[in-house]
Design a protein around this ligand. Structure first.
Ligand code: FAD
Length: 286
């Protein structure tokens, strides 16, 4: 017998942007929902450039908002700069992008989750999906606990067997030094789910005191800020914004060298075909 056995309507694995929305949607419909995260510190964490929106993603966030989602409201409450991209082009390609105070963004979303009825948060690594006669039955955690559910939503983001690559150093970890989820992948493969590895890139973290902002071009937010959420009163979010500094950090050939090193490390785990594809994509972007 497992040490813990609980029953829910919905299990959501992951508390990033996707998992938060999935769990809130289920709980707000009155379904008993449990959301798992390897660390509560990673709830709605922004491991990369801390912004919401931009081309395509801005539209997506607003569509989620129209369905009652939280991301739009969360960024309206925590942004430090907001800009409508492509404003000089036609309205179909206008795209809202807001830079967040990443700590505030994560803290506020966690607060919303913690105060939503029918929603339970659990810090634990899910290691297996339970499948009975081809039908999902719940999940198991590394510690052997079982959570039985009618539906399981996987929103595992960038954590499954994650690796971080810094220059020519590569090691197994989740983003920001958080624990990776190393067990679930095998259970998915055993159940016939195809998995493949993706690579992403992030800006270097620099100490603000080491930056000479006088050598950069200031980039300001919009004078009249447009909210992400249709429910946010536009007047309530007109505030002073933080300017960004634009600077070309690396010469073209330095950047190329960095990309080659990264790809070199990356291809150790992917097929030749995938590697060729990646190199081809990078060449197009250079
Ligand atoms: C270095 C870096 C650079 C990035 N650059 C970009 C970028 O430029 N543009 C972009 O759009 N995105 C970028 N991303 C991706 C960014 O993380 C995603 O856009 C966004 O965070 C995805 O949200 P998500 O909800 O899918 O997953 P994530 O934010 O990754 O959240 C996953 C959640 O799942 C949980 N989890 C995973 N497995 C388990 C398990 N087995 N058991 C329990 N909990 C589990 C984690 O604890 C976490 O809460 C980058 C990510 C990293 C790490």
């Amino acid at each position: 017998m497992p040490n813990i056995r609980e029953e829910y309507d919905v299990v959501v694995v992951g508390a990033g942007h996707a998992g938060c929305e999935a769990a809130l949607a289920a709980a707000r419909m009155g379904l008993e929902t449990i959301i798992f995260t390897v660390s509560v510190e990673s709830i709605a964490m922004m491991p990369c450039n801390p912004n919401i929106g931009g081309s395509s993603k801005g539209h997506l966030v607003r569509e989620i908002d129209a369905l009652g989602g939280e991301m739009g409201k969360n960024i309206d409450a925590t942004f430090i700069q907001s800009k409508m991209l492509n404003a000089s082009k036609g309205p179909a390609v206008h795209s809202l992008r807001a830079q967040a105070d990443k700590s505030d963004y994560s803290r506020r979303m966690r607060n919303v989750l913690e105060n939503t009825e029918h929603l339970h948060i659990r810090q634990a690594e899910v290691s297996e999906i339970i499948v009975n006669d081809g039908k999902i039955g719940g999940v198991k955690t590394v510690s052997g606990a079982e959570y039985i559910a009618k539906a399981v939503v996987l929103c595992t983001g960038v954590y499954l067997k994650a690796r971080c690559i810094y220059g020519d150093v590569s090691y197994h970890t989740g983003p920001n030094g958080l624990q990776a989820a190393n067990h679930l992948t095998q259970s998915l493969i055993d159940n016939g789910i195809e998995v493949r590895r993706f690579k992403t890139g992030t800006p270097a973290r620099v100490d603000k005191r080491s930056v000479d902002f006088s050598k950069m071009t200031e980039q300001f937010g919009d004078k009249r800020i447009v909210p992400f959420s249709f429910e946010t009163d536009p007047e309530s979010i007109q505030k002073d914004q933080v300017a960004a500094g634009l600077h070309i950090l690396m010469k073209r050939h330095t950047r190329l060298l960095w990309i080659i090193l990264t790809v070199h490390l990356f291809i150790q785990e992917i097929s030749t075909e995938q590697a060729q594809d990646t190199v081809h994509q990078l060449r197009i972007r250079l």
